[in-house]
Design a protein around this ligand. Structure first.
Ligand code: ADP
Length: 176
């Protein structure tokens, strides 16, 4: 286990319940709500979230924007737009890595000490789960090594199979 081992953890459950400084939303480029984790976050945060999102003029794939958390226990929501999987030859890995990096940069800029990520792009955007968890874990690990904030990052999984993928890849990085 590396010295960084206590800064990254894996949690199975609903991300909207987590009392962290920021949760990350796997949004679509309109930022106006959708299905999956996006729908769950908008439902739990309440309608004021959409009002704020309407002022943001959308978000490009691989980029991120931040809002308040409204009714969530989390103070902020960082909305990022993952790539739709198109076979791997369309820059998907770099775009997915950029989602994690840009989200973490926004977390730092907003003094977030704790951040929780869902498994971006692994739902309706069909990114292969084992590949997506590799990108996520590598990117977060690299960022954490180079930055004091966020102090802790949670990979929040909806099911235990996904959590196991994260645990496996983190173990190879010397994390958990
Ligand atoms: P994308 O469009 O980026 O693929 P989805 O919302 O369809 O986004 O899925 C992203 C991941 O989030 C999937 O692994 C899905 O199981 C998971 N997920 C869905 N709802 C929640 C939730 N409430 N909390 C945490 N993870 C969730």
């Amino acid at each position: 286990m590396s010295a960084l081992g206590d800064r990254i953890s894996v949690h199975t459950g609903d991300i909207t319940k987590l009392a962290v400084d920021a949760i990350v939303n796997a949004a679509n480029s309109s930022l106006l709500g959708g299905g999956g984790v996006d729908g769950a976050i908008h439902r739990a945060a309440g309608p004021e979230l959409e009002f704020e999102c309407r002022t943001l003029n959308g978000c490009k794939t691989g980029d991120a924007k931040i809002t308040k958390g409204y009714k969530l226990p989390a103070r902020h929501i960082i909305h990022t737009v993952g790539p739709v999987w198109q076979g791997g030859g369309k820059g998907e890995a770099e775009l997915l890595a950029s989602c994690y990096r840009r989200s973490l940069e926004l977390a730092v800029a907003n003094d977030c000490r704790s951040v929780a990520f869902p498994a971006i792009s692994t739902g309706v955007y069909r990114y292969p789960k084992d590949e997506a968890t590799k990108v996520a874990a590598t990117e977060v690990n690299d960022f954490i090594e180079q930055n004091a904030l966020p102090e802790t990052v949670v990979f929040c999984c909806f099911d235990e199979a996904m959590a196991e993928l994260y645990r496996r890849i983190l173990a190879t990085l010397g994390e958990e």
